[in-house]
Design a protein around this ligand. Structure first.
Ligand code: SF4
Length: 159
């Protein structure tokens, strides 16, 4: 979905967005039942919790420095390929709720995009991506996260 601005080779080398620590474990993706079942076939020991009609990983408490690696991450990258959850397909764009309104924000840990001018990232949203994100969030409110102030706000959903 972001191929025009995010080179797949950079993602393959980085994988930071697939590994979580105690500070960003709330950022783990939200899965549909279909994708959850696919992950369970690959990693039957994975535990999930329901979230507003979707599913998230049951991670538990992480100690300082402890990492949780997404069970869908393999040595060759994400086992889900092009069927990644929507959350992962739009990364590092995020959809959050701020004061009762949905907004598209940006995760700063993605150096590849965070170092671009915000105007470039916003322009790309205007080429149809923002509409797709807001529309998906309307149908799948489970992917909307509460606002975290470390995330620059790029665009509010039109009223
Ligand atoms: S589902 Fe795939 S892309 Fe998403 S966090 Fe897991 S390994 Fe990464």
């Amino acid at each position: 979905m972001l191929k025009k601005i995010l080179d797949g080779k950079s993602c393959a080398k980085c994988r930071l967005c697939c590994v979580f620590d105690s500070s960003d474990v709330w950022e783990t993706p939200v899965f549909t039942q279909e994708i959850r079942d696919r992950i369970l076939q690959h990693s039957p020991e994975t535990e999930f919790l329901p979230k507003d009609g979707g599913f998230i990983f049951k991670v538990g408490e992480l100690s300082d420095g402890e990492l949780f690696s997404c069970p869908a991450l393999t040595e060759k990258g994400c086992m889900l390929g092009d069927d990644k959850p929507f959350d992962c397909r739009i990364w590092p764009y995020r959809i959050m709720e701020i004061g009762g309104r949905r907004a598209i924000t940006l995760a700063s840990i993605c150096e590849e995009l965070y170092n671009r001018p915000l105007s470039q990232l916003t322009e790309f949203l205007k080429e149809g991506l923002a509409e797709r994100i807001f529309s998906y969030a309307q149908e799948h409110p489970e992917i909307v996260k509460p606002y975290d102030e470390g995330y620059p706000v790029l665009m509010f959903e039109p009223k």
